[in-house]
Design a protein around this ligand. Structure first.
Ligand SMILES: [Zn+2]
Length: 454
């Protein structure tokens, strides 16, 4: 890459950090819709700030009625897309730093959105600025689209694409380096079955409210006394799993302690609903509970549902029961499967139904996988940029999560977390390493030059 581009990027550091601080200090959690602010006035303020700053940096900017904005470099109609987002998830518990003060400690800048996705988005915008100020001749345009609803329903991209043509090719700096070229398909099924009239009597169970969360705790109230407590303790000792049982007013309260997480990343986690199903079966539950214990249990790979599968580009299928409730004599549960590119989702549905007889099963969400070949021009150009700026060879990766990359015909997730960095997106004490963001800026500039320069 041209020496001039490096010099410019190095000269931006202070200005970049100050601007990022202002972005982090503008909390942009989704709120109630208002005129011109479909995701609430806080998100609207963030959108206004980003548009003002982009204009200050010398770019033409357009507002898409509070859903998104776009920022354009170059006149060519054929464009490369860069897709980021300005909204953030709610703060949550456990912070030791103020979440919206953009405190700098050492090389880190702390705050909700520092890494997901304000830091990476702003780094990409400064990369566009360096390309412009260095006078790099472009044969393609570059269009950054900053959405305001990535963390919720993606209505921003729906609105944008209804009003403007989205480029075919590009990347989303909203995940990790080196690059993610495979996003698994998604199949969420809802299960319903009448409760059993025999076996262990379950009085109450209601765990989870999101299909894509691995529940961290599950409790159940069951009919019985001391005997059940003794058997629960024996089962806990036998399995080494953290179960508790105590006498309650109307029976025994059972608790299973899991390890919470995101459904797409079950490694090192433990589904508390799965634990509870196994315990309930052990204590004499039959019918739907026993069937779920056998077919799902604590497995995260769909093995006993007949759904386990994998391929080289996607790795293995993941399966998560995020919700289980007993309501008005009926069991209701959800299965969130993230499916390899090669998986036949119709077959997965048939297998699920075959392994859970007696359940009424409906599809809540079904999304195809997204894959850009490793040999494509896009992937090879981005990996070459990553290699040139870091000295490291990168291999394309797969994810069970989703990014805006799949909005593009040929889109990949690219940055900005480096392989050795901890991922605190959506967690307490989210931060971005400023030096790493400056490196990311160089990688983005390098990549965009490869894709768009004359
Ligand atoms: Zn994000």
């Amino acid at each position: 890459m041209d020496k001039k581009v490096y010099e410019l990027i190095d000269s931006y550091r202070d200005e970049f950090v100050q601007m990022l601080q202002e972005w982090i200090r503008t909390p942009s959690v989704k709120g109630e819709a208002a005129p011109g602010a479909p995701f609430g006035t806080d998100v609207r303020k963030m959108l206004d700030r980003a548009m003002t700053d982009a204009r200050k940096l010398g770019f033409p900017v357009r507002d898409f009625d509070g859903y998104a904005c776009d920022i354009t470099l170059g006149d060519a109609e054929d464009r490369i897309a860069v897709l980021g987002h300005l909204d953030v998830v709610p703060v949550g518990d456990g912070w030791t730093k103020p979440p919206f003060d953009a405190v700098i400690a050492g090389k880190r800048i702390y705050g909700r959105g520092a890494n997901d996705d304000k830091g990476p988005s702003l780094a990409a915008l400064f990369a566009m600025r360096a390309i412009r100020e260095a006078g790099v001749p472009l044969k393609k345009g570059i269009r950054m689209i900053l959405g305001c609803d990535e963390e919720s329903g993606w209505e921003d991209m729906e609105y944008y694409s209804a009003h403007e043509q989205i480029p075919d090719i590009g990347f989303s700096p909203d995940a990790a380096f080196p690059l993610i070229n495979t996003e698994k398909g998604m199949l969420v099924q809802e299960l319903r079955a009448p409760e059993s009239g025999t076996g262990l009597k379950i009085l109450q169970l209601s765990t989870g409210d999101r299909v894509n969360v691995i529940p961290g705790e599950c409790s159940a109230l069951v009919a019985g006394g001391e005997e059940l407590i003794r058997r629960t303790e024996a089962y806990a000792a036998q399995t080494g799993l953290p179960y508790k049982a105590e006498l309650a007013d109307s029976g025994v309260l059972l608790t299973a302690e899991g390890i919470p997480g995101h459904s797409a990343y079950p490694e090192g986690r433990r589904n508390a609903i799965g634990m509870m199903l196994l315990l309930l079966k052990e204590l004499g539950a039959d019918g739907p509970v026993a069937a779920l214990a056998e077919a799902v249990g604590m497995e995260s790979d769909g093995q006993h549902l007949g759904c386990a599968c994998r391929d080289e580009v996607s790795k293995n299928l993941t399966c998560n029961m995020g919700i289980l409730r007993l309501e008005n004599g009926e069991w209701y549960g959800t299965l969130d499967m993230r499916c390899p590119v090669s998986a036949d989702q119709e077959m997965l549905k048939a297998q699920t139904a075959g392994h859970l007889p007696g359940f009424d099963i409906t599809v809540e969400t079904q999304k195809p996988p997204h894959h850009v070949p490793a040999e494509s021009e896009l992937v090879t150009a981005l990996l070459a940029a990553y290699h040139e700026e870091t000295g490291t060879e990168g291999k394309p990766m797969s994810t069970g999560g989703g990014t805006y990359a799949k909005v593009l015909k040929q889109g990949v997730a690219f940055g900005a977390l480096f392989p050795d960095e901890e991922d605190l997106a959506h967690q307490a004490d989210e931060y971005a390493d400023i030096s790493r963001l400056m490196t990311a800026m160089k990688i983005f500039a390098n990549a965009l030059i490869r894709l768009a320069a004359d």
